[in-house]
Design a protein around this ligand. Structure first.
Ligand code: HEC
Length: 217
């Protein structure tokens, strides 16, 4: 009786192969097909089960994620940075409170400072290490740029700057712009309101005075 036990144990051992630590190019033999081995689809894999042949299922048409119900008629400036006529809005369509300013500073430092640096001079770590040509925010063109256009740049990206549509929610994008304006205002103030350093780009027609949000630097 005992001998059969030993024999059985040996057979089991040889079937189960090497224990942990041994590498093998062959898949392990699973005597007990437990939850390690489950039928599943890889991302982007095909499937013969669904009519469209894709395993990944899109949300049901008309699905709206929480907080993402967009009123593009009455709240177009907030969601798109443009008014209903398609023109960039001049200022942040949001009540600017201390909480918004603080949120903007924090988000700016996280998302923008890597390239634009904390002061907005475009000398962030990616400029230092990779010489990514990043503009300074302290040039006339960007001082006069409507807030809606900056929102659009952050949302869609521009040239080497990636889009931040997905990592930064809409409200945070606006808060970041509030901080960006505060950086500009503070720099102007420190320069005694002197004529700002010009970018090496020819100015088009004199840009209209752009009202900036009511922020105290
Ligand atoms: C990976 C580096 C990088 C990050 C991060 C980054 N930017 Fe930029 N940004 C750039 C570069 C490069 C340009 C110049 C793009 C061009 O003109 O081709 C630019 C341009 C801009 C401009 C000027 C657009 C124009 O019309 O000239 C604004 C405004 C701007 N960035 C705002 C932001 C804000 C706000 C954030 C944070 C949410 C941010 N950027 C994050 C690299 C970056």
């Amino acid at each position: 009786m005992r001998r059969t036990h030993y024999a059985l144990a040996l057979v089991l051992l040889s079937l189960s192969g090497c224990a942990r630590g041994c590498t093998s190019s062959r898949p392990p033999i699973h005597l007990n097909p437990n939850m390690d081995v489950q039928p599943r689809y890889e991302p982007q894999a095909g499937s013969a089960f669904f009519y469209d042949g894709a395993a990944m299922r899109p949300p049901v048409p008309g699905t709206v994620a929480r907080g993402e119900l967009r009123d593009l008629v009455n709240e177009a400036p907030y969601w798109t940075g443009k008014d209903t006529a398609g023109a960039f809005v001049a200022s942040v369509p949001l009540e600017v409170t201390d909480a918004v300013r603080e949120r903007g500073r924090q988000r700016y430092d996280i998302y923008c400072a890597t390239c634009h640096d904390k002061g907005g001079d475009g000398k962030g770590i990616l400029f230092e290490r990779g010489k990514v040509p990043t503009p300074s925010f302290h040039i006339d063109r960007l001082r006069q740029m409507p807030d809606g256009q900056i929102f659009d740049t952050v949302t869609n990206g521009l040239g080497l700057m990636p889009s931040y549509r997905y990592p930064i929610p809409v409200a945070d994008r606006w808060a970041i712009i509030v901080h960006l304006r505060a950086l500009q205002a503070r720099r102007l103030e420190r320069m005694g309101g002197a004529a700002p350093v010009q970018a090496a780009v020819p100015e088009a027609a004199p840009a209209a005075e752009t009202p900036s949000p009511q922020v105290t630097p």
